[in-house]
Design a protein around this ligand. Sequence first.
Ligand code: DLL
Length: 437
Amino acid sequence: MAKVKDYIYRPEFECMSRPELEALQSERLRKTVERVYQNCGPYRAKMDACKLRPSDIRSVKDLAKLPFTVKHDLREAYPFGFYSAAQSEIVEVHASSGTTGKLTVVGYTQNDIGVWAEIAARSLAMAGVTEDSLVHVAYGYGLFTGGLGAHYGAQKIGASTVPASAGNTIRQLTLLRDFGATHLCCTPSYAIFLGTEIEKAGMNIEDFSLIGGAFGAEPWTYQMRGELERLLHIDALDIYGLSEICGPGVSMECMQKHGNHVQEDHFIPEIIDPETLEPLPFGSEGELVFTTITKTGQPLIRYRTRDLCTLYDEKCACGRTTVKMGKVKGRSDDMLIIRGVNVFPSQIEAAIMNVAGVSPHYMIYVDRVNNLDVMEIDIELDGNLAPDRVSEIESIQKKVETEVNSYIGVSARIKLCESGSIRRSEGKAVRVIDRRG
Ligand code: DLL
């Protein structure tokens, strides 16, 4: 039974008719384009290069005329060259490191912090947060936007906010239980870790008051949601965002648990073909692109996220009218090419989580042996399964092998390991070690 009630925080924006929304988006887009052209050198240069003037952008229908922005553009302008506001107006700076290269820096004005608090509050309201809730934030606080984003949202609602930050699992569990947290915010992999540690810590989930949570910052499957809900006795909802656009809350799943609503009065989403860069219709899988239309510090125009997913324009039973994003399959940079086949870690997760007897803790190793790509997946056995039941373990191993092969079309060596043997992460999970150099 669902425990969470889905509160529509701002129906006047979340439930607008499409013509009303497009009129609002067009007005905000015009202002944003004018702002970046007048105040941000790299944008003026990009628009001049395509012979575009702000007056050429009259409505959302003109969006595709505008040039894209990519991470490399931000890094070239490191640290503050993409600001569209004076340094004196910037009140907070965040940055993401990615796997390589320079930091990608994002500056927020007071207005932008307000936008962020608003979208994070709307998101937490979808997970049932009210002023009576107690929200335990176990995303990292710091340059990463997870901690402060969830914090601003919970505070805007008026909930009691516990800024636990990441790490120290026993302390997290003790605080969650003793303070009676109703909602948990952290990465799904860390939430699973917390869930599996409860019993080991001699605690009982019945003594916790949790009902829901907002989990994101990394791809996770519907199967993982099932596991998380079973372990923590909660409704586990998906929150999406990225530092460059506005941290957590750019989109959020409602209690229908079928896609994340994009906060379209603040961000215009598009899906493009990552090869041809042409916009694709709703329902097609492609690269997600966002244009911010209410930020003033560092607005971004047609920012290519590298995240692969699908947008849906379907009526949602929750009453919101905004476009929904399907599950993020992964970043195009995270795609593995194994013996010529494109594989995303999230597909492997979906395959292994279909088999009973394994836990959600796994690690993928890729090697090149005699010029051939070889993949090994180490998966922990379910904690309740004794490792000496050889025939049962062999049968699980076979099932995982078959499932992975039929899901992704590539064979993998499956190694089942003892519970607790795979490294846990307190933030974004590291799932792949590619040793092919
Ligand atoms: O991860 C912001 C965030 C914090 C989102 C907390 C949700 C919760 P970055 O560190 O800049 O920002 O990483 C952004 O993480 O482009 C996606 O590839 C991935 N990502 C974020 N949320 C999800 C999600 C934060 N719900 C990058 N599902 C994005 C899948 C996600 N991937």
